[in-house]
Design a protein. Structure first.
Lengths: 254, 557
């Protein structure tokens, strides 16, 4: 309870650090932060919290998948076999590649190489588009086979696989109906993921434009870093979706 | 700490108080300076105006519901209109009033000041949060104007996905958007509390209001996205026909309830926890004592938040869940009563030997304590499996959650609004009118909802507008009480509006409270502090305040 302390305002370690920083104030520094380090830490922390929110958002879908996969195992196996592993694997490779270039982009921003940063952001964007293109091909195939849930959903391929040249065991009609749950979840999960990709690509355009104008060439890299976190998060969601939807239990006999 | 020197109540003479020349309200002029503001205090005012608007819309529905229930026959409206009335009442009150009530207004205004910061960590996201709230509100209003929605506020499947042809998707979109407003508020609070505390403001020197909002923010950040995804799935089911909850396609309607209540039960604690924070501040200030068991009260907020995530299934005891899981969830539900009781007991011990005065916020706080105990204890009844089967979906439930939400949260909200009104506006509210309105709401509230406990126990189901004639007496009592309650809620709107111009000048610290927010001018300057404070005392340290006042050298604010 020493009021003298308030009045004299001793130079503690914290204030010393603060004053050391004051001579390098950047235009991006917001007035309400004491130091730039504080601003950067707050930004990153906020981004991690947002990703936590996103995990809970996808968590609901993963929970639904877990539940129905246990209930309707046979239908999920049969429906899962409809997905194309080559396309899914290609997309996985593309997305990991895009994450790699995003990480390089963060590095380029940190070492203040403007040209490289723009290049890496553009490659990240292109790979994002490639992913969405392949996803479109996959969706289109489902559309043609009437595997989109709703009124036109067709179970004949699961009731009578031999007629379609498939080697699988036929499903009983009521179990075959449950493939619709699989496809509902498939479209909801990959659709939500694709929506996040589209938002991410939108942000990439904006960041590329700002990088091109040189906004990230003077040591202010927080937007690039935080977007990188988001982009890697979207990657990781796919890293979980790919095995759960495409790979798990490919062999009905096992 | 000694209580002998600090119990002398000596409120400052308000005749000598003056309004500061420059403060956040007159720093910039014009509508645009408000619509593009990054100032957490101005955003709090924007939120206050908008949630008040929605509160009275939701209240109007409540009035119509009570009017219809005055007689056993359907006189005023048809059954589907009545369904829309209680649905819109619930949606507006829960998502557009209760969830943002204390955090987005008082929390927004006070948390940075209480921490000794100039603003929240992300002012632009804070403003975005308000715009999202308004957009969500507009969608809800659109659903209302286009003909309403009649699923109940719970959007229960398959009712909401298959059997109704009302504006479910519009209302769900509104809630989805307003949900992100709540996520961004919570995110902003957590980052601010972790990263923006003034030098010396350790975690255990923070006011309990900040602790309570911190706990609520955790729930907002982790719970809200789950209701968002479940509403997305309902909307997709209605529009494109996917089958996640549709039993004809193999989906499980109960899964929707699991996902919905995984948010919506914690949401109850999002609503009540910040209110508990307000009560801690008010009780301490008007008892002139440090909150008894500060650490226990702080941790009990976090405990409520934590337990709150593991009780959701008690909303589905009668809906075919496994008996064993029902047993576990019943036990977990009752566990929530422990941290809640810790708070109530600690507040009671704070009062003990305090020098208590009965200003309006304190009256509201007393109302809160009594009504919350009733609401909380009946919650324990409902958590017990046998009682729940008898009482669920009756008026007992309606009375229970209104005791917690209105008797608890709304009373706490009004306590907080009156308590910090001098800080927010620089002027006092009229004391006699406000005391009258506090007492009126307390009487009106009990008259409205106490009969509903009895009605529910006797077996009157909720959500019906026709009932057997023998229930009429209690329903008439309830409707009469609602009228009194309505007056009690309308009065503050009038005299608080009046006080903006004619209220007495408040001065910096009219209550002689210890929080950092009371050590700066009222209304505060845009940057809150002329110099970032260095905190060298615990929260609620009335010795420090007395000492400070004695030696204070007046500085220019």
């Amino acid at each position: 309870m020493d009021n003298a302390l308030v009045a004299t305002h001793h130079h503690t370690d914290e204030t010393a650090v603060h004053e050391e920083h004051e001579h390098v104030v950047l235009p991006q520094h917001r007035h309400h932060f004491e130091t730039e380090q504080q601003q950067r830490e707050a930004g990153t922390f906020g981004m991690w919290l947002f990703l936590l929110t996103e995990i809970m958002f996808f968590g609901g879908l993963f929970f639904a998948y877990l539940l129905y996969r246990n209930w309707y195992h046979d239908a999920f196996v049969a429906a899962s076999n409809q997905l194309s592993i080559p396309l899914g694997a290609t997309n996985t490779a593309i997305l990991i590649g895009s994450g790699f270039f995003m990480a390089l982009g963060v590095w380029a921003a940190e070492v203040r190489k403007k040209g490289l940063l723009v290049l890496f952001l553009v490659i990240t964007t292109v790979l994002g588009f490639a992913f969405l293109g392949i996803k479109y091909v996959e969706y289109h195939e489902k559309w043609e086979k009437h595997h989109i849930p709703g009124e036109h959903f067709d179970v004949s391929e699961f009731v009578n696989p031999q007629a379609y040249g498939l080697k699988e065991q036929p499903l009983a009609p009521d179990m075959a109906q449950k493939t619709q749950v699989f496809f509902s979840l498939y479209f909801a999960m990959t659709g939500m993921h694709a929506l996040h990709m589209i938002i991410g690509i939108g942000l990439l355009f904006w960041l590329t434009w700002r990088a091109y104008r040189g906004e990230f060439s003077s040591g202010y890299v927080a937007p690039i870093e935080n977007f990188g976190l988001y982009w890697h998060f979207v990657d990781i969601v796919w890293i979980f979706l790919f095995p759960l939807l495409y790979l798990i239990n490919r062999h009905p006999g096992s | 700490m000694s209580t002998t020197t600090t119990t002398i109540v000596n409120l400052p003479d308000q005749r000598t108080a003056t309004l500061p020349k420059r403060h956040y309200l007159n720093n910039e002029d014009g509508l645009l300076s408000w619509l593009f503001t990054g100032d957490h205090k101005r955003i709090a005012i924007l939120y206050l105006i908008s949630i008040t608007f929605f509160f009275f819309i939701g209240g109007a529905f409540a009035g119509l519901i009570r009017l219809e229930l005055l007689t056993p026959q359907p006189d005023l409206m048809a059954s589907d209109t009545y369904n829309k009335m209680f649905s819109m009442h619930g949606i507006v009150m829960v998502f557009l009033f209760l969830v943002p009530s204390v955090p987005a207004t008082l929390g927004n205004f006070l948390i940075p000041i209480m921490l000794g910061a100039k603003d929240l960590a992300f002012p632009k996201i804070n403003l975005l949060s308000w715009y999202l709230y308004v957009a969500g509100g507009l969608f809800t209003l659109a659903a209302l104007v286009l003909g309403g929605v009649d699923t109940g506020w719970t959007f229960t499947t398959p009712l909401s996905t298959h059997y109704l042809n009302t504006n479910v998707v519009t209302a769900a979109t509104g809630i989805f958007i307003a949900g992100f407003a709540s996520i961004f508020t919570g995110l902003n609070f957590i980052v601010t509390i972790h990263r923006m505390r003034a030098p010396g403001m350790t975690w255990f020197r923070m006011p309990l209001f900040v602790w309570a909002n911190y706990a609520a923010s955790i729930l907002m950040v982790l719970g809200t996205p789950v209701v968002a995804i479940s509403l997305v799935l309902v909307a997709l089911e209605r529009t494109v026909g996917i089958g996640v909850f549709d039993p004809t396609k193999g989906g499980d309607p109960l899964l929707f309830q699991h996902l919905f209540w995984f948010y919506s039960h914690p949401a109850v604690y999002i609503m009540i926890l910040p209110g508990m924070g307000v009560i801690s501040e008010v009780i301490s200030t008007f008892s002139r004592k440090r909150v008894f068991g500060y650490t226990a009260v702080a941790f009990s907020s976090v405990a409520i938040a934590l337990f709150g995530f593991f009780v959701w299934e008690h909303h589905m005891f009668i809906m075919g869940v496994s008996n064993y899981s029902a047993l576990v969830f019943s036990l977990l539900t009752m566990l929530v009563a422990v941290p809640s009781a810790i708070k109530i007991f600690n507040w009671a011990f704070t009062l003990q030997k305090g020098s208590i005065t009965f200003e309006t916020p304190m009256i509201y706080a007393f109302a809160f304590m009594g009504l919350f105990v009733i609401g909380g204890m009946t919650g324990v009844f409902l958590g017990a499996l046998g009682m729940d089967i008898h009482l669920t979906e009756t008026y007992f439930i309606v009375a229970h959650f209104h005791y917690v939400m209105v008797g608890g949260m709304l009373m706490a909200f009004l306590a907080g609004i009156h308590f910090w009104w001098p800080k927010m506006t620089g002027r006092m509210y009229p004391e006699s009118f406000s005391k009258l309105s506090a007492v009126t709401s307390f009487i009106g509230f009990n008259l409205t909802f106490m009969p509903q406990f009895i009605l529910g126990y006797l077996g009157m189901p909720r959500r019906y507008h026709v009932y057997p004639p023998e229930f009429q007496v209690l329903n008439v009592l309830s409707t009469a009480g609602a009228t009194v309650l309505g007056v009690g809620f309308l009065l503050p709107l009038l005299y608080l509006g009046w006080s903006l111009k004619y209220g007495a000048i408040a001065g910096d610290n009219p209550w002689q409270a210890t929080g950092l927010e009371w050590q700066i001018q009222s209304p505060p300057i845009t940057e809150n502090f002329t110099e970032i404070p260095i905190v060298d005392h615990e929260a609620y340290d009335y010795d420090w305040l007395a000492h400070k006042t004695e030696q204070e050298v007046t500085t220019v604010g």
